[in-house]
Design a protein around this ligand. Structure first.
Ligand code: FO1
Length: 305
């Protein structure tokens, strides 16, 4: 079985790690969101790619949920002294990744190539593919005006009212040939339990991606990011509500539209199974909270079953 997983950050990283316990990592590809990417201090930073890379390499900082374990912050301290921008924290170890990536991009390498190089160096065997090598940027219209992704997420702690979200540049972006091939040839396409509006949407918004999922709906399995009527982490619940969607598995299913053949939902949301089935999807009920005990393995088995 060859599987391709549409992936945001932490939730996707945990699912990929669980899947690699049940399947040869060489048979797993992650198509990763790059709408959160930013250029800061002249460096290109790719948070979702790095969260997945570090998690699969066993180097992730579990306390923070981003960055590297055993991190130190001396460069940020100096930058702060100099009056530089220090609201987006880049650890000393993490900075090496951004330096390496930025230098390679300046030499003409693509994001896809740099990602493969970083994964090879860190021993990550799952193939990580940025959805596009073009620049796309998720932006928010808020009650504080237009905000970039990380201004919204980190600087304002996603604590502002959002009127709309745009993935700037997505309509002109080209999915890489590797991404189109991974989606077309996979036995199964999985949508990770990442934020539908800000992690999965920037992937679906790149021309060609949604169309493949529509055509292959029977082979698409989505893991619900909603458990017990709310998102486990981050602003998904609040954003769904603010943008007029139900905060439920059905709300996410209606947002995605006709691209999901099978929904995997948590026991806590079992009462939604009939409504999901009425939308033409098969429904599998299991325990989806991967931070707890044996659940990650059980979830991986459900995805692969
Ligand atoms: N998240 C924070 O809450 N504060 C930070 O200072 C921060 C820095 C950071 C640096 C590198 C990186 O790869 C991720 C970082 N994140 C930080 C996480 C990131 O903002 C979000 O988790 C993702 O973009 C959302 O998926």
């Amino acid at each position: 079985m060859v599987i391709t997983v549409l992936s945001g950050g932490v939730g996707a990283a945990r699912l990929l790690r669980a899947l690699s316990g049940s399947l040869d990592p060489g048979e797993i590809t992650a198509v990763v969101n790059v709408g959160d990417d930013l250029v800061l201090h002249g460096l290109t930073i790719c948070p979702d790619l790095d969260t997945i890379t570090y998690t699969l390499a066993g180097l992730n900082n579990d306390e923070l949920g981003w960055g590297l374990a055993g991190e130190s912050w001396r460069v940020m301290g100096e930058l702060d002294t100099l009056g530089g921008e220090s609201w987006f924290q880049l650890g000393d170890r993490d900075l090496a990744t951004h330096l390496y990536r930025s230098q390679r991009l300046a030499e003409g390498a693509t994001k896809t190539e740099v990602t493969a190089e970083l994964c090879a160096r860190l021993g990550v065997r799952i193939r990580l593919l940025p959805v596009t090598n073009d620049v796309i940027a998720t932006e928010f219209d808020t009650d504080l005006g237009r905000l970039s992704f990380q201004e919204y997420f980190v600087r304002h702690h996603h604590d502002v009212v959002v009127a709309s979200i745009d993935v700037v540049g997505a309509d002109r972006a080209r999915a890489t040939p590797e991404v189109l091939e991974a989606l077309s040839s996979a036995t199964r396409i999985v949508i990770a339990p990442s934020n539908p509006l800000i992690s999965i949407e920037p992937i679906l918004a790149v021309p060609g991606v949604r169309e493949i999922l529509e055509q292959r709906r029977n082979d698409v399995v989505a893991v619900s990011p909603i458990v017990g009527g709310q998102a486990l982490k981050g602003p998904a619940s609040r954003l769904l509500a603010e943008l007029g969607h139900a905060v439920s598995c059905v709300g996410v299913a209606d947002y995605y539209g006709a691209i999901v053949g099978t929904w995997i939902i948590d026991e806590a949301d079992r009462h939604e199974a009939n409504d999901l089935a009425a939308r033409g999807a098969r429904v599998v009920v299991t325990t989806t909270v991967m931070a707890e005990g044996d659940n990650a393995r059980r979830l991986a088995e459900a995805v692969l079953a």
